[in-house]
Design a protein around this ligand. Structure first.
Ligand code: ATP
Ligand code: MG
Length: 697
């Protein structure tokens, strides 16, 4: 009691106090968002050190990201001071593993070097070329890396891997083995190998295991719902001796399924740790009743969960607002305007979204006006995706008709013109003429000259018109469609290009924007742009959820460039939305884009056809997976029904009339063709379940 009063922790509620002061034995605190899980964990740390005399060095505290470890240390220091705070170990589990491996190395053992991202990418790229006999896109590379990461984090064997239905044009197990062999040969390890290696060291080197078990008298883990199986195993090994393990989590906030998060471990905590105390808190101290009630109701749609009764203590506030906008791009103008006002009046506002792309146009507008802001979690993947790189190939060839790389890329990436041999013959014969003209000579098709004139004409247009020509007349949109990639990023690019006078300006503009995204704007500011993933565990007074409509959120796996492991899980999408809603303290706004349906927004505002949506569809539709599939098919149908722009160029059919290629068919890369077929069939395989679903069993 004295301790609590001294450190102004007497505001902790009785359950929080129990959690903070039960320092003996395993404890699991399962609690709703904003219920003070992190607050309690920090209070417990203070209590251990200042109340029980435990040395700060003897406590290991882990959380999910490096940013979160820093945030935690800061919160600890704010409450208990710097002297103790700086001696505490706040780590990610990878950093713990790194230490274990380093110790193993100090004992005279050889350890591989950490690979750079580029080195790991190069290894999977080579494997793809061998196994698929074609070139991978960046998205393919990311998918392969994610599959390998999943195999390691879920500790899957051959049978499990083969049953998992990973979305690859070849065996995931072969990929995994080839990758490990190649990495070994190069004496490299990746981020997940750190986990695997540390785990192996702990089970095979009793000396090291013992040293760590002795060292850490207490182990605390925040955000435990996103810990993977191998991470749980490592934590269990470290905590086995003293059994002073304190885990904090909320399975409703598990949002890292794609990184193999394993929340069912929390459900089985008692089995693993007999005699464990399980504490539940259902009070939300963060938000107004409106936000608490709406989000509690929203998450209740999920089937695979333990029901909780979240209630608030802050009383009524403002109703959740629907913010209507005419279209997606209009929304970005509105948000940029709001950002400007927020910064000028120094009033806080946070915009959260599912996909980093949502921030780009807003960031661009603010940068142009020289308005500061904070952006969190932007990965710059937009600039590495097929849409952007494809457009840039057209642009490069327009700017330099002799650019062999761009020319061949158009062949590789787009299958634009002819057979590869013909393209290569043109490249090898190229002289002073534009490559497209040379191609005409090689193939005897004079339409290539028209094509080359169109490319030349791009230079005389405003950037936005040039992009439209690439999209429609040069049929880039058709190509994307054949790859089942959505065109939202083309819209975004055209939006960004609005004020660029020429393609040259556009290129400079994009390079600048890319650099801004890469460097990031991390300094705190009143106006915050963040993905929901990066806002996890944090809270903000005023929150707006952007780009909330079907296909975007929940995401439609068929229309996104973002690679997904397995299929999306509607329940995980709901958890993500729930995390977004529960970040808000005082007000919450949800953007409604006119003409776009949104089941999520409809549910929150009580509009739309809720009864029907919640009823069980026919047959075996009881699992969330089936619901997700039906929904995806619905989007799919809607999208194919959309009117097409019929502004095809006249020369185009003639170009294809060459005999060897009668039908204007885009040569689809084998991987894309196979993987889409696989995606569809994998929906019906019950084995997929094992990998992607967290609670269904
Ligand atoms: P999340 O699930 O989002 O990570 P959390 O459970 O970790 O949330 P905290 O971030 O610890 O919750 O706390 C949420 C807010 O509630 C903070 O502003 C905190 O100061 C406040 N809070 C926590 N416990 C109490 C309490 N007993 N009385 C009043 N306010 C509290
Ligand atoms: Mg927290």
């Amino acid at each position: 009691e004295k301790f609590l009063q001294h450190y102004r922790l007497n505001h902790l509620d009785p359950q929080q106090r129990t959690a903070a002061s039960t320092t003996d034995g395993p404890v699991l605190l399962l609690a709703v968002p904003g219920s003070g899980k992190t607050t309690t964990l920090i209070a417990r740390l203070g209590y251990l050190v200042l109340g029980c005399g435990v040395r700060p060095e003897d406590i290991l505290t882990m959380t999910y990201t490096v940013a979160a470890t820093q945030e935690m240390r800061q919160r600890f220091i704010d409450r208990f001071g710097k002297d103790v705070g700086n001696r505490m170990e706040f780590r990610t589990i990878n950093s713990v593993c790194y230490k274990i491996i380093a110790l193993y190395g100090q004992m005279g053992n050889w350890i591989p070097r950490m690979a750079t991202e580029g080195e790991s990418d190069a290894v999977v790229r080579d494997i793809y070329k061998t196994l698929a006999q074609s070139y991978p896109t960046d998205a393919d590379i990311k998918t392969m890396r994610m599959v390998i990461s999943n195999i390691k984090n879920r500790m899957m064997d051959k049978v499990q891997t083969e049953a998992a239905g990973f979305d690859l044009p070849f065996s995931a197990w072969t990929l995994y083995n080839d990758y490990q062999a190649a990495m070994n040969e190069r004496q490299l390890m990746d981020f997940d190998d750190q986990l695997v290696m540390a785990y192996q060291i702990l089970i095979s080197e009793p000396q090291i295991l013992n040293a760590y078990q002795e060292k850490y008298k207490h182990i605390c883990v925040d955000e435990a719902q996103d810990t993977s199986k191998i991470q749980h195993e490592i934590i269990a090994l470290l905590a086995q001796k003293n059994r002073n393990l304190f885990m904090v989590g909320d399975e409703d906030q598990s949002i890292y399924g794609f990184r193999a998060a394993c929340p069912q471990e929390l459900m089985e905590f008692e089995k693993k740790w007999p005699g464990a105390k399980i504490l539940l808190i259902e009070t939300n101290y963060r938000s107004t009743d409106e936000i608490v009630d709406a989000s509690a109701k929203f998450i209740r749609q999920n089937k695979a969960r333990r029901d909780k009764k979240m209630h608030g203590v802050n009383g009524h506030g403002e109703a959740i607002r629907a913010i209507p906008v005419a279209n997606r791009l209009e929304q970005y103008r509105l948000l940029a305007g709001m950002g400007q006002t927020a910064m000028e009046t120094n009033s806080p506002l946070t915009v959260l979204y599912r996909n980093n792309d949502s921030a780009l146009p807003v960031i661009d507008a603010l940068e142009k006006r020289g308005i500061p802001y904070q952006a969190k979690g932007n990965d710059g993947l937009f600039f590495k995706g097929r849409v952007y790189l494809g457009v840039m190939d057209f642009v490069r060839l327009a700017l330099n008709p002799r650019d062999k790389d761009a020319f061949m890329s158009l062949y590789y990436k787009l299958g634009l013109f002819v057979r590869r041999q013909q393209a290569q013959a043109a490249v090898s014969r190229y002289s002073k003429k534009p490559l497209l003209d040379v191609l005409g000579e090689v193939t005897g098709n004079d339409k290539c000259h028209d094509l080359s004139r169109i490319f030349a004409s791009l230079l005389t247009m405003k950037a936005v018109d040039a992009l439209k020509t690439i999209r429609y007349q040069l049929k880039f949109a058709d190509y994307l469609k054949s790859c089942k990639v959505g065109t939202a990023r083309l819209d975004t690019l055209e939006f960004l290009a609005q004020e660029d006078a020429s393609l040259t300006d556009f290129v400079t503009h994009m390079e600048r924007l890319q650099k801004i995204i890469r460097d990031g704007r991390k300094e705190p500011a009143s106006f915050v742009l963040s993905t929901i993933h990066s806002a996890k565990g944090l809270e903000y007074d005023h929150v707006i959820l952007a780009d909330v409509y079907d296909g975007e959120f929940p995401v439609d796996p068929y229309q996104t460039e973002t690679p997904l492991v397995g299929e999306t899980d509607l329940e995980e999408e709901r958890r993500l939305f729930y995390v977004g809603m529960t970040r808000a303290r005082k007000t919450l706004g949800i953007i409604r884009v006119a003409g776009q349906t949104s089941d999520f927004a409809d549910f929150v505002f009580g509009t739309g056809n809720q009864g029907k949506k919640n009823s069980q569809p026919k047959a075996s539709a009881s699992s969330s997976k089936t619901v997700a599939r039906e929904k995806t098919q619905k989007w799919q149908k809607e999208k194919s029904r959309r009117p097409r722009d019929n502004d095809w160029s006249k020369w185009d059919d003639a170009l294809w009339d060459e005999g060897h290629n009668n039908a204007p068919q885009w040569p689809v890369r084998p991987s894309a063709a196979q993987s889409s077929a696989k995606r569809i069939s994998s929906f019906s395989g019950s084995s997929v379940h094992q990998v992607t679903s967290n609670f269904d069993e």
